[in-house]
Write a protein that binds this ligand. Structure first.
Ligand SMILES: [Zn+2]
Length: 92
């Protein structure tokens, strides 16, 4: 899965996502809890979690589910999360 981070210059990060974690109501999410995920943090092979990047004051590479859907990587990102068991769809 390619890192979705885009620099202010418009250049896309060349890294790949190596880790993802879901945040929300629970520490661990089952397939039926997917809608309780509020945020997903991604770590990439190049710049870790891109800590300190400035877009909208965000301090780390985190996405709301709506943003992931907008980027077209929701299923992929959720399936990648280390604390989501039995993802609804398989990685493609
Ligand atoms: Zn990256």
């Amino acid at each position: 899965m390619q890192c979705p981070f885009v620099y202010a210059s418009g250049r896309r990060c060349a890294g790949t996502v190596r880790q993802a974690r879901a945040y929300g109501k629970h520490r661990f999410f089952e397939a039926g809890d997917i809608h309780d995920i509020k945020k997903v943090r991604l770590w990439c092979s190049e710049k870790d979690d891109h800590a300190g990047f400035g877009r909208e004051g965000k301090e780390r590479m985190e996405f709301y589910p709506d943003e992931l859907i907008g980027l077209g990587i929701y299923d992929e990102a959720i399936a990648f999360c280390e604390n989501v068991s039995d993802p609804p769809r398989q990685l493609t």
